[in-house]
Design a protein around this ligand. Structure first.
Ligand code: NAD
Ligand code: UDP
Length: 315
């Protein structure tokens, strides 16, 4: 990789995008951050706006884009179930039309392109933990389908562009990622629980809290994405990026209460339709091909995330 690579990050003003842009600018690259600010905010990347090697562009990936770049990280897509279900047609368009437009851009510029795919492609998995070879158990017509099937179709497009046009593709299947700079109203479980705890409000557990998730700290995830983008071009993925430490949602609530010292009660609500019961990545492939494994345990990552929310929400 030569110096000052021109890198496009779509969805760059979102939670993961913000951390990725920050890291890429710090590494000395020219970063073009593109976002339509559906769930992302200008505040997220305000600290980069005066850097001459950072550029912000308001644009929706469902429309074509003509810029000159060497690498593309395609992150544009709302990731929280609350937000991606609020306009499901737009969610599918973002994944599918967005992938077509960004793949077209990659083809014209001969750029390498990485897709932020998701553990949701496994649906409610019957195999545990989930290896990349598992083809999933996904409902095509449920409330989560706009996201799950949109991401699955985007993966299909990436591999067809590879087969048909020999494009340099990378597909990361990201498992639940958390950390500072999640939006307080994001709606995902880690930010919900921390904000509720810091405000002394009840912790809202959906279902009985026995469903599991595996939580990856954002710095680890960003490290994995950058390693994947810069790996040998034979490493297309899909490759799981996540932390194999698996917790029930009730255990997460208890950890958040311990970390915040909150007096909040646990309250139990209906489990949303099609909510996966268990999720844990098999990261053998990432270990072997990227020499990558997460380094931040949940308790440590929660400490940093709680500190952020204390300063920015409750402070
Ligand atoms: P986020 O919602 O914070 O960020 C998504 C960003 O994309 C936002 O800035 C939003 O405004 C932007 N966006 C949405 N639609 C757009 C469009 N049509 N055009 C341009 N920009 C658009 O979510 P995140 O957690 O940062 O997730 C980033 C990516 O990683 C997403 O593609 C998501 O599906 C994927 N992912 C995230 C997780 C996770 O746990 N955080 C897990 C799996 C996959
Ligand atoms: N969840 C919860 N309370 C909340 C938000 C989410 O119990 O306030 C549960 C949700 O039902 C799911 C898990 O936490 O089982 C993770 O949800 P999230 O929305 O963070 O992401 P998902 O992995 O479902 O996409």
């Amino acid at each position: 990789m030569h110096q000052r690579t021109r890198i496009l990050v779509t969805g760059g003003a979102g939670f993961i995008g913000r951390h990725l842009c920050t890291r890429l600018v710090a590494e000395g690259h020219d970063v073009l951050c593109l976002d339509n600010f559906f769930t992302g905010t200008k505040d997220n990347i305000a600290h980069l706006l005066n850097d001459p090697h950072f550029e912000l562009m308001r644009h929706d990936v469902t429309f074509p884009l003509y810029v000159e770049v060497d690498q593309i990280y395609n992150l544009a897509c709302p990731a929280s179930p609350v937000h991606y279900q609020s306009d499901p047609v737009q969610t599918t368009k973002t994944s599918v039309h967005g992938a077509i437009n960004m793949l077209g851009l990659a083809k014209r510029t001969n750029a390498d392109i990485l897709q932020a795919s998701t553990s949701e492609v496994y649906g409610d998995p019957e195999i545990h933990p989930q290896p990349e070879s598992y083809t999933g158990n996904v409902n095509p017509i449920g409330p989560r389908s706009c996201y799950d099937e949109g991401k699955r179709c985007a993966e299909t497009l990436f591999f067809d562009y590879k087969r048909q046009h020999d494009l340099g593709i990378r597909v990361a299947r990201i498992f639940n990622t958390y950390g500072p700079n999640m939006h307080p109203n994001d709606g995902r479980v880690v930010s919900n629980f921390i904000v509720q705890a810091l405000k002394g409000e009840p912790i809202t557990i959906y279902g009985d809290g026995s469903q599991t998730r595996s939580f990856c700290y954002v710095d680890d995830l960003v490290d994995g994405l950058i390693r994947l983008m810069n790996a040998n071009e034979s490493v297309t993925g899909p490759v799981n990026l996540g932390n194999p430490g698996e917790f029930t949602i009730k255990e997460l609530a208890e950890l958040v209460i311990t970390e915040t010292g909150a007096k909040s009660d646990l309250t139990f609500h209906d489990l949303p339709e099609d909510d996966p019961l268990q999720r844990c990545p098999d990261i053998t492939l990432a270990r072997q091909t990227l020499s990558w494994a997460p380094t931040v345990p949940l308790a440590e990552g929660l400490k940093k995330t709680v500190a952020y929310f204390r300063d920015h929400v409750a402070g």
